[in-house]
Write a protein that binds this ligand. Structure first.
Ligand code: SF4
Ligand code: SF4
Length: 439
């Protein structure tokens, strides 16, 4: 094994080790959430995942952006098949180890090149659209600062990766044409053959230097990208799949009953129940809060939703509360949930207790935002990967109502009327038909 193979092996092991460590932390954070059973209807779940995550059908609501996104996504996935060859070559000192595939190899290399060019162009267009067109959903306050930098960084990163790939291919082709030993004649180069002019007049050793330089830039760039993913909204490349698989399959707008409340009601209706009985100390049932005050009161699917959010803002642009100038933005609800969860996880890692931490409610998401929601479901409908910001809003409202009795005055009046009169109005049940006396 040569020194370069050794350096490559070390880089590969380090990249995998760091990535695994970050993935395990994210998994731990997600499972800080409450349990929820989403193992039903597996066929429908696979179908939803294939349609929404793989087929990207909801992206196509905006056809131009949707089409460009499909190119970037397909390019990203397919071109990375080539990484397998690079890894084998890097570890064992071979070159184009799959070239024995003959015509199929030519087809693969040609496809990679065409896709790389398309991805490069799509990323340039996305960059111009994001920074030059001043679209409202990209100019909102919650995506200024780091989220904007993150979005731009990844586009620049993709352009550099694809550029390095094409330049590496071009230098390789030049060396093949020079008949350089080690550079086997294999592959078809519909894009990089136009880059041959760059190497005209260069000595063989200089072209080898170029080819090796871009080979390393390309593969180290991929390792860096892999380890950047867990810190970025681009984690959705991976999480979109489980996120859509475990998405809520119930009819839109159907509220979930809380088990704890159902149990309480059953107990109240049970004539044999002892209201003074002390809870069984050996019972495994946790005493849980009603609703959600912090991230650990949410369920793990909601927390996975937060990690999967692409910050695209499609939910916020459809939100009637946001459109009418209210403080609420469903995208911000998801971003705040992720930020709080990251802080929570970091505190666990540091061994600190959470006592002095800002909880999700009031620390990140204000009551004004929560009560601005009309529960219309437009956000969940618009989300390209089936994220459900409304479920988080509802759970936090439940906490406010059931634990703090802190509903807005108008709602408190309705609750009092329901309690006293069995209806939301201020009239007793006996007066309900009085209106007909006026006829
Ligand atoms: S459900 Fe609430 S947050 Fe979602 S779009 Fe409607 S008003 Fe906005
Ligand atoms: S919740 Fe969905 S629609 Fe909203 S920003 Fe996140 S990914 Fe986009």
């Amino acid at each position: 094994m040569g020194i370069s193979n050794l350096i490559f092996a070390l880089s590969l092991v380090t990249a995998i080790f760091l990535f695994r460590r970050n993935v395990l932390k994210i998994k731990r954070n997600i499972f800080l959430g409450r349990d929820v059973n989403r193992s039903d209807q597996s066929f429908l779940r696979w179908k939803t995942m294939a349609r929404v995550a793989l087929g990207q059908t909801k992206m196509m609501v905006k056809p131009i952006a949707g089409f460009l996104h499909v190119i970037v996504y397909a390019g990203f996935v397919i071109i990375n098949i080539e990484v397998l060859e690079i890894i084998i070559d890097g570890l064992f000192g071979t070159h184009r180890v799959f070239s024995f595939l003959g015509v199929f190899y030519d087809f693969l290399i040609a496809s990679f090149e065409i896709l790389a060019l398309l991805v490069l162009l799509a990323c340039v267009l996305f960059f111009i659209r994001r920074n030059g067109l001043r679209l409202k959903r990209f100019a909102a306050k919650e995506v200024s600062g780091w989220p904007k930098t993150d979005a731009n960084l990844i586009l620049v990163f993709e352009v550099l990766l694809m550029g390095a790939f094409l330049l590496m291919q071009g230098a390789d082709l030049a060396l093949q044409k020079m008949g350089t030993a080690y550079y086997v004649e294999a592959g078809s180069y519909p894009v990089s053959s136009y880059l041959l002019f760059l190497f005209e007049g260069m000595s063989e050793s200089s072209v080898i230097l170029f080819e090796r330089f871009f080979w390393w830039v390309h593969i180290l760039g991929i390792f860096a990208f892999l380890n950047y993913l867990p810190y970025s909204k681009h984690l959705h490349i991976v999480l979109a799949f489980p996120n859509t698989y475990y998405s809520n399959l119930k009819a839109k707008g159907a509220f979930t009953n809380m088990d704890s409340v159902t149990q309480e009601v059953k107990l109240m209706l049970d004539p044999d129940a002892d209201p003074y009985a002390t809870p069984d100390p050996d019972s495994s049932d946790d005493i849980q809060r009603f609703g959600a005050k912090d991230v650990t009161d949410l369920n793990w699917v909601q927390l996975m939703n937060a990690y999967s959010c692409t910050e695209c803002g499609r939910c916020t642009s459809e939100c009637p509360a946001n459109q009418t100038g209210k403080l609420l933005s469903p995208r911000k609800i998801m971003m705040d949930t992720r930020d709080r969860l990251e802080t929570y996880g970091a505190e666990i890692d540091a061994g600190d207790d959470q006592e002095n931490q800002r909880p999700l409610l009031d620390g990140y998401i204000s009551r004004e935002e929560l009560w601005a929601c009309t529960t219309c479901n437009a956000c969940t409908d618009a989300c390209p990967i089936n994220i459900d910001p409304l479920s988080i809003i509802l759970d936090m409202r439940r906490y406010l109502v059931m634990e703090e009795s802190a509903a807005p005055n108008e709602l408190n009046m309705v609750f009092t009327n329901i309690e006293n009169n069995g209806a939301p109005w201020q009239f007793s049940a006996a007066d309900r038909l009085k209106w007909k006396d006026e006829l």
